[in-house]
Design a protein around this ligand. Structure first.
Ligand code: SF4
Length: 229
């Protein structure tokens, strides 16, 4: 009984709202998957236990922030900082911290032991997100702090601001926005279906049906005659 009630809580909370702006987490992602998300296309729903894991990740962030907020060696300038309002992207970094000399944007990521143990360098998609924070906050350095959910071990990587990468990511999002506004499904990833994003993609079914190249969204809906899933 309780399991069903708890599952229902998470599944109802996950109901998809119409997305108006990009999230920082969309940076560097497959443009077609982001397009489908904006169009609220049918997707493989996440299971309740995965949603609980995300929630658990939020608790871990709080656990990590507690010592940072109380130690003298580091000053938390601000926590949960929204990027300045603009048309394209919304997002919130975990914190901006100072060691007395430099400012750093802090982004905390939690993961299971299997992924954590293999991590020798920061994940590319995490660096991309951090680059957008560094760009919008105009801060020269950031820290990616990885937490092992199973053991609570930590790994830390300092990342320098790379303005070229940030501008490339913003430009890519602007290109996806043009496709969304003109209702044109972007092309698949070049290495579909072998790309890691395809393996975890919630839109694999609809992506498989809609062919390889760019295509009109409305035309595709007509072809499917309303039977999208
Ligand atoms: S299956 Fe791959 S190419 Fe298709 S939308 Fe998903 S990530 Fe993109």
């Amino acid at each position: 009984m309780l399991r069903e009630i708890i599952d229902k809580y998470y599944l109802e909370r996950e109901k998809h709202k119409e997305q108006q702006r990009f999230y920082v987490t969309d940076a560097g992602k497959c443009g077609r998957a982001v397009f489908f998300k904006f169009k609220n296309a049918p997707r493989k729903e996440m299971e309740a236990h995965i949603l609980r894991l995300f929630d658990h990740g939020d608790q871990i962030h709080q656990l990590i922030m507690k010592p940072l907020l109380s130690m003298r060696e580091i000053h938390v300038v601000a926590s949960e900082v929204n990027i300045p309002p603009q048309e394209l992207i919304s997002g919130r970094s975990d914190a901006i911290v100072s060691d007395g000399r430099d400012l750093y944007v802090l982004d905390i990521k939690s993961m299971n032991s299997m992924i954590f143990d293999k991590l020798c360098e920061p994940k590319e998609e995490n660096v991309d997100q951090l680059q957008l924070y560094l760009h919008y906050f105009k801060v020269p350095k950031g820290i990616l702090l990885y937490v092992n959910k199973n053991t609570l071990a930590l790994k830390e990587f300092t990342v320098e601001r790379d303005e070229g990468r940030a501008l490339y990511l913003i430009n890519s999002l602007e290109e996806i926005k043009k496709r969304i506004d003109s209702s044109t499904i972007p092309s698949r990833l070049g290495d579909y279906p072998g790309n890691w994003q395809c393996r975890y993609c919630q839109f694999r079914t609809i992506c498989g049906k809609s062919g390889e190249g760019e295509k009109s969204w409305e035309g595709f809906l007509r072809e499917q005659g309303g039977g999208l899933v």
